[in-house]
Write a protein that binds this ligand. Structure first.
Ligand code: ATR
Length: 319
C-alpha cells in the first residue's frame, strides 16, 4: 500500500527501458485507478531487462466501469498479461475466461495471463499472487512461523480479508481481528470460522502477547493519519514482530513506535515484491530475478523521490 499525492504527476519523466522498443516488443500492464503511483513498471521492466526479454510493462489508468473493455483490448493487442490493483481485483473475477485455483481460493484476481487456445482464440486466465506473497514476506522479512502463531490483524477490508484467510490457511492458532467497522470484522471472523474451524478467532484486542501484529488498514499512508492501533488496549511491547503492509512511507508511525518498543519490524515492500515475482513466473514460465526486482523497487520507491523542498526554487526576497 502506498500514497502519493498530486505532486507525483509533476515528477520527472522516468527512464525508458534499457533497449529499444521495436515491432516485436510485447506488453504487460497494470490496470488501476489511480495508478500513476505504481512501482510495478520499475520492478517488472528491471526483471524483463535482467532476462533479456523484449517485453515492456506499462501502467494504465482504467476506470472500474471500463475494466471489461480494457481486458478485451489487451487480448486483442496480444498483451502477455496484466496485473490488477485497486479497485479491480474483485470485479475481475467475473471478467476473465478462466480462474486459476489461486483466484478461486482467495476470491480476487491480481494477475491475468493471456493464453491462446488451439484454435487461436485468446483467453484470459485469472490468478491471485497476493495471498502467498504475504506468507513469503512474513517468513523472509520477520522469520515469523505462522503454524501455531497468535496474530493480531488490524483491518478487515480487501487486504485484511486476504491476509486473514491466508494466515488461517497457514494454521495460526489464534487470530484477533480488529477493525473500525465492527460488522466487517464479525463477518470475516464468521467466514474464517466456517472455512478453518480449528483457528480460534475473536474480534477484540488480545489480553496477552502475540507473535505478530499485522497492519492491513490504510492508516499510515498519509502523514496526518492516526495510528491504526489503540495502545490503551494493546501495548506494542506485547507484539514480538510488527508488519505494516504499507511500504510508502518506508516507516509508518506504527513501525516507528514498534521499533521503539523493541519489536522486529518490516514494511510491505516484500509483499509487493513477491506478488510481482510470482506474476512474472506465471507470464514467463521462468524463475523471477527477485534480487534485481527488489533493487528496482527500492530505487523507485525510496531513492528517486526529490524532496519537496529541494524541488521548489526559493522565493526571492523583495529588495
Ligand atoms: P484495501 O483494499 O487496501 O484493504 P479497503 O478495502 O478500503 O482497502 O480497506 C481499508 C481498511 O482500512 C479497512 O479495514 C478500513 O476500515 P473500515 O472497514 O472500518 O472502513 C480501514 N480504515 C480506513 N480508514 C480508516 C480510519 N480512518 N480509521 C480506521 N480504519 C480505517
Amino acid at each position: 500500500m502506498d500514497f502519493m499525492g498530486p505532486a507525483r504527476y509533476k515528477w520527472r519523466v522516468p527512464k525508458t527501458g534499457q533497449s529499444e522498443i521495436n515491432g516485436a516488443t510485447r506488453i504487460c500492464a497494470v490496470y488501476g485507478f489511480p495508478v500513476a503511483h505504481s512501482a510495478s513498471p520499475a520492478m517488472h521492466n528491471a526483471a524483463f531487462a535482467a532476462l533479456g526479454l523484449n517485453w515492456r510493462y506499462i501502467a494504465c489508468e482504467v476506470e472500474l466501469k471500463r475494466l471489461a473493455e480494457a481486458i478485451e483490448g489487451a487480448k486483442v493487442m496480444n498483451f502477455v498479461g496484466l496485473n490488477l490493483t485497486v479497485p479491480h481485483k474483485l470485479l475481475a473475477l467475473e471478467m476473465v475466461d478462466q480462474l486459476d485455483p489461486s483466484a478461486l481460493r482467495w476470491t480476487a484476481v491480481n494477475t491475468i495471463k493471456f493464453e491462446k487456445d488451439l484454435d487461436g482464440r485468446v483467453k484470459a486466465v485469472g490468478f491471485n499472487t497476493d495471498a502467498d506473497a504475504i506468507a513469503t514476506s512474513l517468513a523472509e522479512d520477520l522469520k515469523v512461523k505462522l503454524p501455531g502463531a497468535k496474530v493480531l490483524l488490524l483491518g478487515a477490508g480487501g487486504a485484511g480479508r486476504t491476509a486473514a484467510l491466508k494466515l488461517a490457511s497457514e494454521g495460526v492458532a489464534e487470530l484477533f481481528l480488529v477493525n473500525r467497522t465492527q460488522s466487517k470484522a464479525d463477518e470475516l471472523a464468521a467466514e474464517i470460522q466456517r472455512q478453518f474451524p480449528t483457528v480460534n478467532v475473536s474480534t477484540t484486542y488480545p489480553a496477552g502477547a502475540v507473535d505478530l501484529l499485522l497492519n492491513a488498514t490504510s492508516l499510515g499512508l498519509k502523514p496526518e493519519d492516526p495510528m491504526p492501533l489503540d495502545e490503551a488496549h494493546f501495548p506494542l511491547k506485547h507484539a514480538r514482530a510488527v508488519y505494516d503492509m504499507i511500504y510508502r512511507p518506508a516507516e509508518t508511525p506504527l513501525l516507528k513506535a514498534a521499533k521503539k518498543a523493541k519489536c522486529k519490524t518490516a514494511n510491505g515492500l516484500g509483499m509487493l515484491l513477491h506478488q510481482g515475482a510470482k506474476a512474472f513466473e506465471i507470464w514467463t514460465g521462468q524463475p523471477a530475478p527477485v534480487k534485481e526486482m527488489r533493487v528496482a523497487l527500492e530505487r523507485e520507491i525510496y531513492k528517486s523521490l526529490v524532496p519537496a523542498k529541494a524541488s521548489r526554487p526559493k522565493a526571492k526576497k523583495k529588495a
